[in-house]
Design a protein around this ligand. Structure first.
Ligand SMILES: Nc1nc2c(ncn2[C@@H]2O[C@H](COP(=O)(O)OP(=O)(O)OP(=O)(O)O)[C@@H](O)[C@H]2O)c(=O)[nH]1
Ligand SMILES: [Mg+2]
Length: 318
């Protein structure tokens, strides 16, 4: 049967049995949004299965994909299956190759224990902030115990995506100002592990020191993010990064923060779904016929915008 004719239910059980095309199709449905995506989301949610999730984030070109590639190798050496989502907030289209094209992640293409997929928003209601947790849930529901999420770019979206994972690794480079940029982008609060990658370039020690000093100034918590050096291209420092991720996961599990974090994320997700749906209702209202005359009254200054909004909302309720 072709993928297009399989129902989300059928796709989910096929994907759980190792059918990678079915899994890819499910993720395309999530990306695209709309009623099938809702069905997929509901099924995945009901499965109740969770994956360990690790976000890898940082400025464009910082070496995230190279690092992910090395982490995959480290994880596979332990025998754990791993799925990777490459998130591109700047691109409305995925094509499924952002990551694989750039680095040698293709090396893992024949490994049945590795699944790599890029993710873009397309039509998803609520954008990446919702598409990413849904995609993660699909992977967890189909039996992937570990999901790595690479996010390209710096900014709000990145922070939002980073907030969708248990552990967030922030990759910076030994460049003047990189540590400060990370701070400005709000990554200092989001980071659980810092990696100064491209430590083969000059300035790595200074960047580490800058980050440590910034961490000294932030309020002390239960976990102080370690600041590690790596040369992803040569595979140097990867063991330390993987070990730090494991330590952070251990700490989360030990003090109940893992469960708390996941509950908080679900609540945030629910709020985002609600907000997105209300926003869509507003769009529909504005496109409807009865708004025009009210807008006319507002622009003619016969009605103030607040009263106009009240009037429309009341008319809708009655
Ligand atoms: N010298 C040096 N170059 C590196 C290192 N890690 C990655 N690179 C190079 O940096 C470039 C970007 O690496 P990517 O892994 O694609 O970086 P990225 O952060 O995934 O890039 P985007 O996804 O485009 O944001 C490539 O040419 C890599 O070979 C490193 O440790 N040292
Ligand atoms: Mg990349």
């Amino acid at each position: 049967m072709t993928d297009r004719r399989r129902t989300p239910d059928e796709l989910l059980s096929a994907a759980s049995g190792g059918d990678r095309r079915a899994l890819a199709r499910l993720l395309s449905l999530v990306e695209r949004g709309g009623p099938p995506a809702r069905q997929v989301a509901a099924l995945a949610y009901r499965s109740g299965r969770e994956a360990v999730t690790v976000g890898i984030t940082g400025a464009p070109g910082a070496g995230k994909s190279t690092l992910v590639d090395r982490l995959i190798a480290a994880v596979r050496a332990e025998g754990t299956p791993v799925a990777v989502l490459a998130v591109d907030p700047s691109s409305p289209f995925s094509g499924g190759a952002i990551l694989g094209d750039r680095v040698r992640m293709q090396d893992h293409a024949l490994d049945q224990g590795v699944f790599i997929r890029s993710l873009a928003t397309r039509g998803h209601l609520g954008g990446l902030a919702l598409a990413v947790p849904e995609a993660i849930r699909v992977l967890a529901a189909t039996g992937w115990p570990l999901v790595l999420v690479e996010t390209v770019g710096v900014g709000q979206v990145e922070v939002e995506v980073a907030a969708a994972t248990d552990t967030t690794v922030v990759v910076v480079n030994p460049r003047w100002g990189d540590a400060i940029q990370a701070n400005k982008a709000g990554l200092l609060e989001t980071a659980d592990v810092f990696v100064v990658n491209k430590a083969d370039n000059p300035g790595a020690r200074e960047t580490r020191r800058d980050l440590e000093q910034m961490l000294d100034l932030s309020p002390p918590g239960d976990w102080r993010p370690p600041v590690l050096e790596a040369v992803a291209t040569k595979g140097e420092g990867i063991g330390d990064v993987w070990e730090a991720i494991g330590r952070h996961q251990g700490q989360l599990a030990a003090d109940g923060a893992l469960d708390r974090g996941r509950r908080e994320r679900l609540e945030r997700e629910f709020r985002a779904v609600l907000a997105a749906r209300i926003e869509r209702d507003v769009e529909a209202m504005l496109a409807g016929g009865d708004v025009g005359p009210v807008v006319g009254e507002v622009v003619d200054r016969r009605l103030d915008p607040y009263e106009a909004a009240d009037r429309l909302l009341e008319a809708r309720r009655s």
